[in-house]
Write a protein that binds this ligand. Structure first.
Ligand code: BT5
Length: 252
């Protein structure tokens, strides 16, 4: 079934003010959202992406017919300094939607949503001028992953043992996102931090955080009110990190 048929039903279930645009294929829904002249709360969805993007030039596997690849166009009213937290807000929104569908998601700072320790969704927020695009890749019905992803990636179908309707999942994610974004606009990340923390996979774990050529190792202590990762390093000093690649070092 094409994304047009499969996801069209979601249009009726979207939160007020949200409008869907469907595409069979795009290079990247984030690119289309950044480049086009779309009003706020336009949701661009593609059945597949030719060059779906992750952070730092990494790619996002975007096979047709199975998953969700969406980007939401936003014109945030809060100060640009606060926009970085929207990546975490989007993660909370996806996780809450999945929890509402009976899954038990966890969040791995800064932008991964995991089920059973494997990545089911990734978030990529990108800004241009006054616009911020929140991109979400969510594996819904994918059954096979390439060798390099097999042990790290999962889908809703793999976890549940049966397929789910993409339109239903999309509607759940968008409704959850609308609520989280409204709260962020009115009160800032502060109002969502505790929800994020309840799902924090890293809290209490010994982690290694690489950013650029630097590495911090220590015990993860959750996030602060800006959404930065707090790590008590091996010298006992609290470090607040706003970017980086985190891996858990077991056995400490
Ligand atoms: C992310 O990056 O997790 C953000 C992914 C955002 C994708 C969406 S799809 C709609 C919108 N349009 C775009 O072009 N992008 C957004 P990062 O943390 O850098 O993770 C990337 C890594 O996740 C890769 O290097 C792989 O290891 C892994 N990966 C790639 N495809 C995956 C998939 N389908 N499922 C799970 N893991 C995947």
């Amino acid at each position: 079934m094409s994304i047009i048929d499969d996801v069209r039903a979601a249009g009726d279930l979207l939160p007020p003010g949200f409008q869907m645009r469907f595409f069979e294929q795009l290079d990247s829904t984030n690119n289309a959202a950044l480049d086009g002249d779309w009003p706020e709360f336009t949701v661009l969805a593609a059945d597949s992406q030719r060059s779906g993007r992750g952070r730092l030039g990494r790619s996002w596997t975007s096979i047709p017919g199975r998953n969700l690849y969406v980007s939401i166009v936003l014109f945030p009213q809060r100060q640009t300094l606060e926009w970085g937290s929207l990546s975490l807000v989007t993660g909370v929104a996806v996780a809450k939607a999945l929890a509402g569908l009976g899954f038990s998601p966890r969040l791995k700072w800064p932008n991964d949503v995991l089920l059973a320790g494997k990545k089911v969704a990734g978030v990529l927020c990108e800004a241009r001028n006054a616009k911020l695009v929140a991109g979400i890749g969510l594996n819904v019905n994918q059954v096979e992953f390439a060798d390099d992803l097999r042990h790290r990636a999962t889908s809703l179908r793999e976890q549940r043992g049966r397929g789910l309707s993409r339109s239903m999942v999309l509607a759940a994610v968008m409704n959850s996102f609308a609520g989280c974004y409204r709260l962020w606009q009115s009160a800032g990340f502060f109002a969502l931090a505790s929800q994020w923390s309840e799902l924090d996979l890293l809290a209490g774990e010994f982690v290694r955080v690489a950013f650029g050529a630097k590495v911090v190792q220590g015990r993860a202590r959750g996030i602060d009110e800006q959404g930065q990762l707090l790590v008590v390093d091996t010298a006992g000093k609290i470090r607040a990190l706003n970017s980086g690649e985190v891996s858990i070092e077991y056995g400490y």
